[in-house]
Ligand binder design. Structure first.
Ligand SMILES: Cc1ncc(C[n+]2csc(CCOP(=O)(O)OP(=O)(O)O)c2C)c(N)n1
Length: 304
């Protein structure tokens, strides 16, 4: 992967300008680089995208983006994992198209809540496709409703300022690892080392078989009430504060893939997002301690 990384990154232009995504949308970066890595690896992606921002961003003719570089099927939430499995079977077993990789690109509302049973079933069957979780921590396309991925203390339209989200974010990484899947990783596009980390993980996942799951955390300026120009910085701070550790689960073992050179308090991440404006000091202390606890767990697991 060290080979020609910078030209690869520089040439990642699979999504044309003028697509339907909001300014500063973190998942645009992820999708663009994802397609680029897959094509550079000599594979053709076939996307399955359940109802979400990306069914709108990607397919509104005539502004549909990427021309013919992205083929996709827009599906219902609940059937997306089963449809991805079926496409993988048709391309692989029936048509012998080893060059095609099926990618399910699904939001957090879909993954954590509405299609959760289908995701679990596909993981348990070890269906042969790559699952990219586009986690922007709420149902964004329909107006910022709380999902199972919404973090403690965040304001959404269904957890308003008078009563921000009380429960914690569902821990999808550990839940899926418990399905004993061949590969799971986390990624977010902050600094260049984090981008490199993403490239290495996607490349690895492309060449593996079975159910591969990459959890990407993607800032959403309208939903997070953050500035568009802060998206990359927020992603970087998510990692530096250990709110979103960059890890990998492979052959039954956890590994931290990127240790921040400098750790920062969670407040640095939280204050760039107005959705957290209602947090009390006690809330921040709670977020800090649960963040530290979870990161310690990854550290212990990585040592094994
Ligand atoms: C069963 C069902 N319920 C609700 C909707 C309406 N709907 C369309 S997109 C969407 C939001 C999806 O949220 P998420 O999966 O987090 O993706 P994002 O919009 O954030 O990209 C909803 C609720 C739907 N299409 N189908």
């Amino acid at each position: 992967m060290a080979r020609k990384l910078l030209p690869l990154i520089r040439d990642a232009k699979e999504l044309d300008p003028g697509n339907g995504a909001c300014p500063g949308c973190g998942s645009t970066l992820v999708l663009s680089h994802l397609v680029h890595i897959i094509l550079s690896a000599g594979r053709i992606p076939f996307f399955v995208i359940p109802a979400s921002c990306w069914t709108i961003n990607i397919g509104r003719f005539p502004q549909s983006i990427g021309h013919n570089k992205i083929s996709f099927d827009a599906t219902l939430f609940a059937s997306a994992p089963a449809e991805a499995a079926a496409y993988a079977d048709v391309f692989g077993r029936i048509k012998k198209r080893e060059d095609v990789i099926v990618v399910a690109f699904c939001g957090d509302g879909s993954t954590y809540d509405i299609a959760f049973g289908g995701v679990s079933a596909a993981a348990e069957r070890n269906d042969n496709f790559l699952y990219i979780l586009n986690d922007n921590e709420a149902y964004m396309n329909t107006g910022i409703q709380k999902s199972g991925a919404t973090p403690f203390g965040a304001v959404t339209t269904t957890t308003p300022a008078s009563s921000p989200k009380q429960g914690e974010k569902k821990d999808i990484d550990f839940i899926l690892a418990e399905h004993k899947i061949p590969y799971l990783a986390t990624a977010t596009l902050g600094s260049v080392p984090m981008l490199k980390d993403f490239y290495a993980k996607v490349e690895k996942a492309v060449f593996k078989k079975g159910f591969r799951f990459i959890h990407t955390l993607n800032p959403c300026p309208p939903g997070w009430k953050s500035k568009s120009e802060d998206t990359v910085r927020i992603s970087e701070l998510a990692v530096m504060s250990n709110i979103f550790p960059l890890v990998e689960f492979e052959n039954g073992a956890w590994r931290i893939t990127h240790m921040p050179l400098k750790t920062v308090p969670v407040t640095e991440y939280l204050t760039l997002q107005e959705r957290f404006a209602r947090l009390t000091e006690k809330d921040v202390a709670f977020i800090q301690s649960s963040t530290d606890e979870r990161f310690e767990r990854f550290k212990q697991l990585s040592k094994k």
